[in-house]
Design a protein around this ligand. Structure first.
Ligand SMILES: NC(=O)c1ccc[n+]([C@@H]2O[C@H](COP(=O)([O-])OP(=O)(O)OC[C@H]3O[C@@H](n4cnc5c(N)ncnc54)[C@H](O)[C@@H]3O)[C@@H](O)[C@H]2O)c1
Ligand SMILES: N[C@@H](CCO)C(=O)O
Ligand code: NA
Length: 433
């Protein structure tokens, strides 16, 4: 049989990882697919020393790849949402299948791109877009398709988890660890996407769509990053038996769907609390299967390339299939997506860790606990420490589950007290039972 011909656009971290896996494992891949997969052309701004392109057409214009009539599958590995969108649309118009690692593109423009791909009878595959090397898209879309998914919770940004792990295990400085994550190829081109939670929100948006059969709704995902987490928060949480993790949560409730990414306290006893460094993990609770957990490298050229190439293999296997027999892009039939509403963060209930600085005076603690109780917030534990030679002392409170709206009101009243210095730090707590 004729080989399947791929064109790679972008030869950076993920592009070079994918290139080298396709080359190194060519024989094994042919045994899996029943025909060989060859790299027909590479579109890259510059050569990459990690990739030997001898004998392969190389162009500086990625649109040459999308317009090359010999190519069956275009790999979009350039990132960003403007040129990448144009490139993917060009490939689709030319009847080519697309494999991408670009979560921003899928989360923000996926509804439109998938609609166009359906019209043209081509696939857009995006396993590498969520949690790097972990086959979580495959797992949700196919392996768990018998289930009504109740919730999923994941550590889905490698850079953020690497930073929090290094801060907590080695007491390293935030900026220093971020620089290392960038050097290792983990971080986004703009690392604020990683540290402000935007990258995780892109990924959660995608996971929620394929878990619940809802359209992609990035703009409705509550997004908070790790940049405001201090070494002191991490140390207090640790004393209380918790790790601070950046978690993405998607959950069905009676009134709607929760979609949120934010720093979260997770008990040290929970598996997710023990996912460290660049590792990612996603826990999915299905009504039939119960809880499941997938774990693996969330970033890096070879792990992410593993997902890119797996998608290439999937597409190659169904190249001649009737498009209606392919697994739908968002796991559910496109005309059967549900319009269940996404809840605002004020409606969501969880426990809270509060960290504040108070003046060490009689009655302050009583006033604070009174404010909490008048907002229907019950306290699970309190830690108050002395600070030698200072009138200002830290106070940490853990609460039971309460609506965010009540917590907002309580924090506003507490911050207005003259004996409370600065703002109250809040970190949500999840039990994930
Ligand atoms: N790095 C990771 O671990 C990782 C993991 C999963 C997904 N992703 C996603 O994969 C994509 C690529 O990320 P990366 O880390 O490989 O980035 P990168 O910066 O290492 O690589 C991107 C490459 O594309 C090239 N490029 C960009 N625009 C181009 C254009 N118009 N023409 C030709 N070349 C162009 C750049 O020169 C660069 O070499 C992004 O969407 C990213 O979000 C990255
Ligand atoms: N910047 C991303 C790459 C993987 O999607 C991360 O650190 O998780
Ligand atoms: Na994946």
């Amino acid at each position: 049989m004729e080989p399947v011909k791929v064109g790679i656009c972008g030869l950076g971290t993920v592009g070079s990882g994918s290139f080298n896996i396709l080359r190194k494992n060519a024989e094994e891949i042919t045994r899996r697919v029943g025909r060989s997969i060859v790299i027909e052309q590479v579109g890259a701004r510059r050569d990459n020393d990690a990739c030997d392109t001898t004998g392969i057409k190389v162009t500086r214009d990625i649109f040459d790849v999308a317009n090359n009539p010999d190519i069956d599958i275009v790999l979009e590995l350039i990132g960003g949402t403007s040129v990448a969108k144009e490139l993917v649309l060009t490939a689709i118009e030319n009847g080519k299948h697309v494999v991408t690692a670009n979560k921003a593109l899928i989360a923000e423009h996926g509804n439109e791109l998938f609609a166009r791909a359906r019209e043209k009878g081509v696939m857009i595959a995006f396993e590498a877009a969520v949690a790097g090397g972990i086959p979580i898209i495959k797992s949700l879309r196919e392996g768990l398709s018998a289930n009504r998914i109740e919730w999923l919770a994941g550590i889905i940004n490698g850079t953020g988890n690497f930073i929090l792990s290094e801060m907590s295990e080695k007491g390293r400085d935030f900026d220093d660890v971020l620089a290392e994550a960038q050097a290792l190829g983990y971080a986004e081109a703009d690392p604020t996407f990683d540290i402000e939670g935007i990258d995780a929100a892109h990924k959660l948006t995608i996971l929620a769509s394929i878990a619940f059969g809802i359209p992609l709704q990035f703009e409705k995902t509550y997004t908070e990053g790790i940049s405001r987490i201090t070494a002191e928060d991490v140390a207090f949480a640790d004393d209380l038996g918790y790790a601070v993790k950046h978690l993405g949560m998607a959950r069905r409730s009676k009134t709607g769907i929760e979609l949120r990414v934010h720093p979260t306290l997770i008990s040290h006893k929970h598996l997710l609390a023990n996912v460290n460094g660049v590792m990612n993990a996603v826990m999915v609770k299905g009504d039939a299967v119960g809880p499941t957990l997938t774990y693996g490298a969330g970033a890096g050229g070879l792990p992410t390339g593993s997902s890119v190439v797996a998608d290439v293999i999937d597409v190659a296997r169904t190249l001649t299939a009737d498009p209606h027999n392919r697994v739908p892009h968002l796991a559910f039939q496109a005309d059967a997506l549900s319009d269940t509403n996404v809840l605002s963060i004020e409606e969501i209930e969880c426990g809270f860790f509060l960290n504040m600085t108070i003046k060490d005076r009689a009655g302050v603690l009583a006033t604070i606990t009174q404010i909490l109780s008048s907002n229907e917030i019950s306290i699970e534990s309190i830690i108050q420490r002395e600070r030698e030679g200072s009138e200002l002392v830290p106070l940490v409170i853990m609460t039971h589950d309460v609506k965010e709206r009540n917590m907002n009101a309580a924090i506003a009243s507490i911050e207005a007290l003259p004996d409370v210095a600065g703002t109250v730090q809040r970190i949500r707590v999840e039990n994930l039972a």
